[in-house]
Design a protein. Structure first.
Length: 381
């Protein structure tokens, strides 16, 4: 079994991280349940149907990103962001008005922005500025939702939060082996277009064009410049991580193309774009980074096994069913895409947490991590 890197922070902080990660896991289960109910499965979860997207974006990924920032900053006050995020989720699930949870999530976003600025002051660089801009996007979306805006109106801001945060993480890792300074101008232009598209709204014709063009630019930049393409030549965990990352980048580009070419009146245009980013891109990042995050942040031992390609393939197949089913307006295909994606996630989680009971992975996992520059720094997404 691989020996995890000791997580930073005091013992109470480490326990708090594990508790918050457990809360994120429970929220993930509830959010996915709402997603299955939204697809048409008969599940007793009317409120979860309405909260499916917010729970995943803010309740799960918002909490995990805030937790990573708190661990990186290593200041007790930085844990206010993940704590407020968990509180907002609890308020929404308790049945209180939407405004109560939205206000807590807005406070969490403001705290995350403060933590991101703290990291940026320590090390002024574009890869730290992008997550700060992402936190500001999350705050904008949460304030709009607090003000009564519909979810499609704020979805662009929420997705920009995730995309910009991940982009900052990948830029930081890629600069270790590539000279990315000459390429940063394109990233800044793409980030500007993403913010402009969020401001107009991805459902708006002009906003959709700006947003789609930005996602295509980011996809091209990541495929060309990210360290993942170098790690394809490596074996073991390094190659698995690289394949997961590249799959996510392809989905990001697919979302951009969908915004640019699909007609606005198409029934599932918004659904295709939303799930290509949130499901295809963001969840692929989970597959790519989970083996590093759990040891580094929560001190949980993990070990790579080639069997992990199976849940990755099952999840990607489910994503493809979801998108193709939406494009063809095939209800049955869309319906069963949900269980396929869920099966991929459950199988991956089983392999991930069951690694401590397997033997023989410690040496291979350690060797892979030591030779893969893309695994040197923990990234939650």
């Amino acid at each position: 079994v691989a020996t995890p890197r000791p997580p930073s922070g005091t013992v109470p902080q480490q326990r708090l991280r594990r508790l918050l990660m457990a809360g994120a896991g429970a929220t993930l289960a509830l959010g996915l349940t709402g997603g299955l109910a939204r697809l048409g499965f008969d599940l007793p979860s009317p409120r979860l149907v309405l909260l499916h997207g917010p729970l995943l974006i803010c309740g799960v990924f918002g909490l995990l990103i805030a937790l990573e920032r708190a661990a990186a900053l290593d200041r007790p006050w930085a844990y206010a962001a993940p704590g407020l995020c968990a509180a907002g989720t609890a308020l929404l699930l308790s049945g209180l008005p939407q405004e109560a949870g939205a206000a807590a999530w807005a406070a969490a976003a403001l705290s995350l922005f403060a933590a991101s600025i703290g990291i940026l002051r320590r090390q002024p660089a574009l890869f730290n500025a992008l997550p700060a801009l992402g936190a500001l996007s999350w705050l904008a979306g949460n304030l709009l939702w607090l003000g009564g805006a519909a979810i499609p109106e704020v979805a662009g801001w929420w997705l920009a939060f995730l995309v910009l945060t991940i982009l900052g993480e990948r830029l930081e890792l890629s600069r270790i082996v590539l000279d990315t300074r000459r390429r940063e101008v394109m990233l800044m232009a793409a980030a500007f277009l993403l913010i402009a598209g969020s401001r107009n709204g991805i459902a708006d014709p002009d906003g959709g064009i700006l947003y789609g063009f930005s996602l295509c630019l980011l996809c091209g930049w990541l495929l060309k410049n990210d360290v993942a393409r170098l790690n394809l030549r490596r074996g073991g965990e390094g190659r698995f991580t690289a394949i997961s990352l590249i799959a996510g980048y392809v989905w990001l580009g697919a979302a951009g193309i969908a915004l640019l070419v699909l007609p606005e009146e198409m029934s599932f245009r918004y659904d295709v774009v939303l799930h290509a980013v949130l499901g295809g891109f963001v969840f692929s990042m989970i597959f790519a980074h989970a083996l590093v995050v759990l040891p580094a942040v929560a001190g949980i031992a993990t070990g790579y096994t080639a069997l992990m390609y199976l849940p990755l393939a099952v999840f990607q197949a489910g994503m493809l069913m979801r998108v193709l089913g939406g494009l063809a307006e095939a209800a049955a295909v869309r319906l069963y895409s949900g269980p396929a994606m869920l099966a991929g996630l459950l199988l991956f989680g089983t392999l991930l947490f069951g690694s401590r009971y397997r033997r023989g992975y410690g040496t291979a996992n350690a060797a892979s991590a030591s030779t893969d520059p893309g695994l040197d720094r923990p990234a939650l997404l």
